[in-house]
Design a binder for this molecule. Structure first.
Ligand code: AMP
Ligand code: TRP
Length: 343
């Protein structure tokens, strides 16, 4: 990890993104979107993109991709992202991401990328057959962030290593080309009990879009009955909830459900355990289901309303892309000049 000092003095800017693959789930919402909205509400300048360039690092259906982008944009907005304040756009609509990614590929070191755990997780033993894009994926992510000189990046805990890489790339670029202060060293915003939501079927596995079992996750668009059923069936242990957080050690499923309750209620784990400590899951699960339905029902209703008007989503994505391109243009021009490109 870089130990370079942050000498950047530009304005605070927020950037984050998600892949347009599969339905967004409770982990995406509590780990990332809740913080996206909180930063927007604090008045920060926010850029929220749908990373379709990243989506093609894995096999995908070209016919389904545009609608998947619209669907992700609708989910962002249903969760509270306001497109009149935050730029909502598709990554592929701003070519500067790919241009800066190339420059950064020549700055990042092979060894840095070889250490990325997400690459290892995604490709397993089959790394030789993986696309080169999946290997350089985190370099493109660094470009996504730095092409706006974003200072803060709200993400779930699984993205921590990619953010460290983005800092390393920024620091090395500035050292190599003697341009200290040209880029910020972007800071991850990973906070709250929702930073790492686990599968409902296995408390040691991350809740994920790619899990074959739909029962492992709560999708933002699940209806009330489905949410209640998934929570009722969620794996637990036979003990009642403990009174303190230490009591959750070695109880991954109990810790996960209590954490989900805390994140949904916008409170701490301790507060949840003060209320439910000593009570069994027969009491806790229905309370959690009620809370989840109350919080998610308006989101899924709004999502359905928004996806009913794809032309409006396209207008929003166009406007978002225009704003994003305007901010990225001077940054990519500066980076090209720094590395000595002609013109
Ligand atoms: P992905 O679904 O991998 O495209 O992730 C999009 C965003 O959601 C990233 O900021 C992730 O860190 C976050 N995220 C994904 N899964 C989880 C999870 N199980 N818990 C918390 N955050 C998550
Ligand atoms: N890699 C992120 C994920 O899988 C998605 C992403 C792409 C991203 N570019 C980004 C997140 C830039 C934050 C900032 O979740």
């Amino acid at each position: 990890m870089t130990d370079a000092a942050n000498t950047y003095s530009g304005p605070q800017r927020i950037l984050s993104g998600m892949q347009p693959t599969g339905q967004l789930h409770l982990g995406n919402y509590l780990g990332a979107l809740v913080n996206w909205v909180a930063l927007q509400e604090r008045g920060a300048e926010c850029f929220y993109c749908i990373v379709d360039l990243h989506a093609i690092t894995m096999p995908h259906d070209p016919k389904a991709l545009p609608d998947a982008v619209r669907s992700a944009a609708a989910a962002y907005m249903a969760a509270g992202v306001d497109p009149s304040r935050s730029a909502v756009f598709a990554q592929s609509a701003v070519p500067a991401h790919a241009e800066l990614a190339w420059i950064f590929q020549c700055v990042a070191r092979l060894g840095w990328l070889e250490r990325m755990t997400q690459f290892k997780d995604k490709t397993g033993k089959d790394a030789e057959r993986a696309s080169v894009g999946i290997f350089t994926y985190p370099v493109l992510q660094a470009a996504d962030i730095l092409v706006y000189k974003a200072t803060h990046v709200p993400v779930g805990e699984d993205q921590k290593q990619h953010l460290e890489l983005a800092r390393d790339i920024a620091a090395r670029f500035m050292r190599e080309f003697d341009c200290e202060g040209a880029f910020p060293l972007p800071e991850p915003v990973i906070q709250g009990p929702g930073a790492r939501i686990m599968s409902l079927r296995d408390g040691t596995k991350k809740m994920s879009k790619s899990d074959e079992s739909d029962a492992s996750r709560i999708n933002l668009v699940d209806d009330a009955d489905t949410i209640a059923r998934k929570i009722k069936k969620a794996k637990t242990d036979p003990e009642p909830l403990p009174e303190t957080a230490e009591g959750l050690q070695n109880r991954p499923e109990a810790a996960n459900l209590a954490g989900i309750y805390a994140a949904l209620a916008g409170t701490s784990l301790e507060t949840v355990l003060t209320e439910f400590g000593g009570k069994g899951f027969g009491v806790f699960k229905p309370a959690l289901a009620d809370l989840a339905v109350a919080k998610l029902a308006p989101i899924s209703a709004e999502y359905r309303r928004l996806t009913g008007d794809p032309a409006e989503i396209d207008r929003i994505l166009q406007r978002g892309a225009e704003r994003a391109r305007a901010v990225a243009a001077p940054v990519i021009a500066e980076a090209k000049k720094i590395v000595g490109f002609w013109g």
